[in-house]
Design a protein around this ligand. Structure first.
Ligand code: DLL
Length: 446
């Protein structure tokens, strides 16, 4: 194997599992095209819905000659998984499937996803590369606080971290007192959980007089929900760790579709296994690198459930410029929002992450908030409840009022919408052990 696959530009040794991170782009594209042809053929042969969709477009697998031809393939959407519930999109017989996971939808039945033994190897591979990109290696002790079970977070991270030689503590989500005990007593150096749950753990630590900065914890991989750069800064300074973003979704594999390197400047997509496109969500047209739009992913190596052009509903951008780390994989900008999460308030589009960014720019604000939207006298009303430092409650009312005004202005400045702000004491807003529910849209109930 050529030497470049073992060294990065800085001359540092690359862990063998990460070699694919540094493939020269032309070679990577060759791998992608080869795998794409195989996966399209597989979907056409084994998944009736995909064959029907391709037939409707008069598209045959052999029409795929270049990577650009991917645009000729039909999209797959979440409803396709629901409509074929539970096993209708499987391309392997059940006897070849070694794992099932399911993602709970907001309504009705969950979606079911499947893995063959080879799929499990791919999953392990991308998690190993994720961990390695954040500087985690053999000798590290990982507290895996993503939920174990049907959710892909816990078990997905588990096997990849183990394969890398890391000591994994399968603690799952919840039982925060026990999380704190383990964090302190087991010499934990790395943690995986949602950013909101990490904040909850940190809060509880403070209540128990535990100084997070004095623990051996060095790094965290946070994902499964949208979070902002402002939140990263809070987490990093609170616990004196490096906080990396990890992205993924059940339909594609689970965690490990993309992850940040130590540059913390976008998430490298494991492009040898997942082919990304950004599209205009309204027209479905593919957009160039750098443009903002909906992320569409095609699995290049999945056997049990190949996904062709899956519309994720996640809004992002592709960054093609080389990263200082030397990886040749393109990056995904931090997922700013899900199109499903977009609130339309008095005609203005507002994303919860915009509110988070506005709130956390104000020093006195704690990273716990809830957005409630109602309709009063036919007019949309947005209420933001946010925790602030306790000192403000013992202070003169005037300073509390000034702070409220300052937060209100920050929200209006960022979103263009005026919100009613309610300042509350620490530990008032409901905490989450998994994905945080930041928004309550009560208009939908009417
Ligand atoms: O949340 C998989 C996962 C587990 C990712 C652990 C990272 C860590 P689902 O439950 O199917 O799978 O939810 C997928 O969560 O489409 C995004 O909207 C959102 N999401 C996941 N990671 C991020 C992230 C897992 N880093 C959905 N930033 C996705 C923003 C994220 N949103």
């Amino acid at each position: 194997m050529p030497a470049f696959e073992f060294w990065n530009d800085a001359g540092a040794t690359i862990h063998p599992v990460s070699m694919a991170d540094y493939l020269p782009r032309p070679q990577l594209r060759e791998v992608q095209l080869h795998r794409l042809k195989v996966v399209v053929e597989r979907a056409y042969t084994h998944v009736p819905l995909m064959r029907q969709r391709m037939d409707e477009r008069c598209f045959k697998p052999e029409d795929l000659r270049t990577l650009a031809d991917i645009a000729k393939l039909p999209f797959t959407v979440k409803a396709d998984l629901r409509d074929t519930y539970p096993f209708g999109l499987f391309a392997s017989p059940l006897s070849d499937i070694v794992r099932l996971h399911a993602s709970s939808g907001t309504t009705g039945k969950p979606i079911v996803v499947a893995y063959t033994q080879n799929d499990m190897e791919v999953w392990k591979n991308v998690i190993m590369r994720t961990m390695a990109a954040g500087g985690v290696r053999r000798g590290d002790i990982l507290q895996n606080a993503y939920g174990y079970g049907l959710f892909t977070g816990g078990l997905g991270v588990h096997y990849g971290a183990e394969a890398l030689g890391v000591t994994v503590i399968p603690i799952s989500g919840g039982n925060t007192d026990r999380q704190l005990m383990v964090l302190q007593d087991f010499g934990v150096t790395a943690i995986t959980c949602t950013p909101s749950y990490f904040l909850h753990i940190a809060d509880e630590a403070a209540k128990h007089g535990i100084d997070m900065q004095k623990l051996s914890l060095r790094v965290g991989f946070f994902g499964a929900e949208p979070w902002t750069e402002e939140m990263r800064q809070r987490i990093q300074s609170l616990a004196c760790i490096r906080a990396y973003d990890i992205y993924g979704l059940s339909e594609i594999i689970g965690p490990g579709v993309a992850a940040e390197c130590q540059e913390q400047c976008g998430l490298h997509i494991f492009e040898d296994h997942f082919y990304p496109e950004i599209i205009d969500p309204d027209t479905g047209k593919t957009l160039p690198d750098g443009a903002t739009g909906e992320l569409v992913l095609t699995t290049l190596s999945k056997e049990a459930m190949p996904m062709l052009r899956y519309r994720t509903r996640d809004i992002s951008q592709l960054v093609a410029e080389p990263c200082a780390c030397g990886r040749t994989l393109r990056r995904l900008r931090r997922i700013s929002a899900r199109s499903d999460d977009m609130l339309i308030i008095r005609g203005v589009n507002v994303y919860p992450t915009q509110i988070e960014a506005a709130l956390l720019k104000v020093d006195a604000v704690l990273p716990h908030y809830q957005i409630t939207v109602t309709r009063e006298h036919d007019l949309d009303q947005m209420d933001v409840q946010v925790e602030v430092l306790p000192a403000y409650f013992s202070d003169e009312v005037k300073s509390l009022e000034a702070l409220r005004r300052r937060i209100g202005e920050a929200i209006e400045h960022t979103t263009g919408v005026r919100a009613r702000v309610q300042l509350v004491e620490p530990n008032t807003v409901k905490r989450s052990e998994g994905k945080a529910q930041r928004v309550r849209d009560l208009r939908k109930l009417k």
